[in-house]
Design a protein around this ligand. Structure first.
Ligand code: GLU
Length: 422
């Protein structure tokens, strides 16, 4: 049956369509369905900021708490010019399902500010972050809602959030955010965590499909935190990285890239990726998605694989490092092509899993070795992969719908146990 969405490029509509599909398959009770369809809370904040030239600018920011049923809200803060409330809503709901897929005790939330961090000074970013945090003081906190980095934000931004919140509380509260610098209560392995999780589920997928690492050509769209870390860890493990891209464009090279050299070029020297002197055919970042490979990893933004282009994808495995890179109508095409999909709410859950470890360590005031973090992450990712794939096979659904079904079932069960307070 084809998937119906009116506007496939509206991420919230896509998130709703998948929720509805999975809820129907699950036979979710009407009342639970009605409860879980809506976010718990949506906060819009107008953030006045004095810019470096003395002008006052007012930015629009959001925090959406989709669900607090299984624990405090959890999810990143995104700084980007095209942030919309619908996008933050969709991302918040994906956090709920993601945390439930890997079975960590959090709900789902997401924040965003419409701004262009590339065009702002560090001081402007700091003032904007602090004002946004101050406005959110009543809604965030270790027991309420715990932000983290996402597109356009990083450890430094998390340090400002932590400091601002702590000043209002009159004591240091490290567990209010995750993805912090190591010296401020961050966790070892958090920076690499999403890429490492991607690596673990790729290992599981090729094992299941009877493929070998050395025979796997990997194409990665996006070279930010997730894309570059996935590239590094996969190449260290013996996979061949044949395609890479950033916002400036992509490069494809059948012989494989020297990934540390690409990382040094892009992150060390801050040069555009397509100018990397190590060889390869230059192409637009989106074209890279259609090059031949065994594993395709979109690790940039939403809506990259759609009904208009899914037929051009030439991969055996699609591993979603980004949130929402594939639309529901594109899923239908990929299913018909026999692509093995590792859906975002499973594939990129390594980040939030180590965020959970960071929150636990902060609250205990006791910090783990990196090997301990990575081992625990491996356990979580492998167990989640097995649960989702087994569920998909036994229920005759694809991996994505299986992940939604498992997640919705867990949240609905918790909700039933809690009951409705009215
Ligand atoms: N922004 C990341 C995500 O989309 C991490 C969220 C977190 O660690 O809370 O999963």
């Amino acid at each position: 049956m084809p998937t119906l969405v009116k506007n496939e490029l509206n991420v919230y509509e896509c998130a709703e369509a998948r929720f509805e599909m999975a809820a129907a398959k699950l036979g979710l009770e009407d009342d639970l369905y009605r409860y879980l369809r809506f976010p718990n809370k949506e906060i819009t904040i107008y953030i006045p900021v004095t810019m470096d030239d003395g002008r006052l600018e007012v930015f629009t920011g959001y925090r959406v708490q989709h669900s607090l049923v299984r624990g405090p809200g959890k999810g990143g803060i995104r700084y980007a010019p095209d942030v919309t409330l619908d996008e933050v809503r969709a991302l918040a709901s994906w956090m709920t399902w993601k945390c439930a897929v890997v079975n960590i005790p959090f709900g789902g939330a997401k924040g965003g500010i419409i701004c262009d961090p590339q065009k702002m000074s560090q001081k402007e970013l700091e003032r904007m972050t602090r004002r946004y945090t101050a406005e959110l003081t009543d809604w965030i906190g270790p027991e309420r809602d715990v932000p983290a980095p996402d597109l356009g934000t990083n450890e430094k931004v998390m340090a400002w959030v932590m400091d601002t919140y702590s000043m209002h509380m009159r004591h240091t509260v490290t567990a209010v955010v995750t993805g912090k610098p190591l010296d401020l209560g961050g966790s070892r392995g958090r920076r690499e965590a999403t890429g490492r999780g991607v690596h673990f589920v790729c290992d599981k997928a090729i094992e299941k499909l009877g493929m070998k690492r050395e025979e796997c050509r990997v194409v990665i769209q996006g070279f930010g935190n997730v894309g570059s870390m996935a590239a590094m860890l996969l190449s260290e493990a013996g996979y061949k990285i044949v395609g890479v891209s950033d916002i400036h464009g992509g490069l494809y090279n059948e012989n494989g890239f020297n990934v540390p050299a690409v990382i040094e070029w892009v992150h060390g020297q801050r040069k555009p990726l397509p100018d990397f002197p190590g060889g390869g055919a230059k192409m637009a970042g989106q074209e890279l998605l259609f090059q031949p490979c065994e594993i395709l990893i979109p690790a940039a933004i939403e809506n990259q694989i759609t009904s208009a282009n899914a037929h051009r994808v030439q991969t055996r495995i699609l591993c979603e490092g980004a949130n929402g890179p594939t639309t529901p109508p594109a899923d239908d095409v990929l299913r018909d092509k026999g692509v093995f999909v590792l859906p975002d709410i499973l594939a990129n859950a390594g980040g939030v899993t180590v965020s959970y470890f960071e929150w636990v360590q902060d609250r205990q005031g006791f910090f783990w070795r990196e090997s301990e973090v990575n081992e625990r992450l491996k356990d979580v990712m492998e167990r989640s992969f097995d649960e989702i794939v087994r569920y998909a096979e036994s229920h005759g659904v694809n991996n994505r719908i299986a992940a939604y079904m498992v997640a919705i079932d867990r949240v609905a069960f918790a909700l039933k146990l809690r009951g409705l307070y009215a």
